[in-house]
Design a protein around this ligand. Structure first.
Ligand code: SF4
Length: 331
């Protein structure tokens, strides 16, 4: 039913936002979510070797609230190194921080960046830079769950997916791995499911009538993965992923698409909003909706004048709407 895996992925992300974890025994909350443990949904994040479609970060509620002291944006690995070890009282940064495995001058640059962002205090004492934390960096991240999205699981997709999932199972960077695929009349071909590692869970989706908390059912539950990386490596990679998910969420697709095109719209699909191209009369993908699109036409200047100069035209409104939704869900 979808023209691209991208749009399917947006549906899975929206469902996860509404109803993670699937078929939990816990009672749905007022907004339809089925767990009281907070979680963040993101898309297209990963490591140098592996990128996942949908990522769910489960968090500790109190610690997640404390994370807000460090702002809405993600902290990259250099900033994390500083905020995790910054002292409660003023101290020379070289005495306060663990020896990095890269030159100290990069740490100095990161200190200035952290101070500019307000996530660290710094001052000069003679020719020494001293630092002090704004608050203890909280231990907010608990579990990392990844979902691979394959709306049409045919034999070749199953083969390709199988080797990717085996890599995930082997490395154990995530706590759980799932595959989401479209439900068909005959459910899913058992032979295709047998090609996937038994550790991976299977979600069957039906978004024909829109995205809803009940759009997905569990075909097979996953087993918890065993970590194989050294604990230090695993902990820091997972926290970096959690920070990226925290800062980006899954609605930042407008950054690589053209909401400033006169044909770009958002259309309701159940409880989800999906990008729609009025020129092509279909959901456009992130790959096709770019500067090379032959149908691109900028918004007429008159549209931008309606709330000029602060609000911009409909394209700016779409960006604001997506950013507002992300912030609302994070709250
Ligand atoms: S015409 Fe092209 S650029 Fe404009 S919304 Fe459609 S796909 Fe995007």
């Amino acid at each position: 039913m979808f023209d691209s895996e991208f749009v399917y992925e947006l549906c899975v992300c929206r469902w996860a936002e509404l109803a993670w974890p699937p078929e939990s025994a816990s009672t749905p909350t007022a907004n339809g979510a089925r767990t009281d443990r907070p979680y963040i949904v993101a898309r297209q994040l990963g490591t140098r070797n592996r990128r996942w479609d949908t990522i769910i970060i489960e968090a500790d509620a109190g610690a997640l609230a404390d994370r807000a002291a460090f702002g809405d944006r993600e902290l990259d690995s250099d900033l994390l190194h500083i905020v995790q070890h910054a002292p409660a009282d003023w101290a020379w940064y070289r005495e306060a921080l663990p020896e990095p495995d890269y030159p100290w001058r990069y740490v100095r640059e990161a200190i200035h960046r952290a101070a500019d962002r307000g996530v660290l205090e710094n001052r000069k004492n003679g020719n020494r830079i001293e630092i002090k934390r704004i608050a203890p960096y909280p231990d907010w991240f608990e579990r990392l769950i990844v979902i691979e999205n394959k709306p049409d699981l045919d034999a070749s997709a199953a083969r390709q997916l199988s080797s990717q999932l085996e890599h995930d199972v082997d490395t154990g960077l995530a706590d759980e791995v799932w595959v989401a695929t479209g439900r068909t009349d005959s459910r899913v071909e058992p032979a295709l499911l047998e090609a996937l590692p038994v550790e991976a869970g299977i979600l069957l989706t039906d978004f024909a009538d829109g995205v809803d908390a009940d759009s997905i059912s569990v075909e097979w539950y996953p087993t918890a993965l065993q970590p194989t990386h050294a604990e230090g490596y695993r902990t820091s990679r997972r926290l970096e992923l959690a920070e990226r998910a925290y800062g980006r969420g899954w609605r930042t697709y407008h950054e690589t698409m053209r909401p400033d095109c006169r044909y770009f719209q958002l259309r309701r699909h159940g409880r989800g909003l999906l990008p729609w191209c009025a020129a092509k009369s279909r959901h456009q993908s992130a790959a096709t909706c770019g500067s090379s699109c032959a149908d691109f036409e900028p918004e007429p200047p008159a549209w931008r004048m309606k709330a000029w100069p602060l609000a911009g035209g409909p394209g700016a409104g779409i960006k604001r709407l997506l950013a507002d939704r992300r912030q609302r869900e994070n709250r």
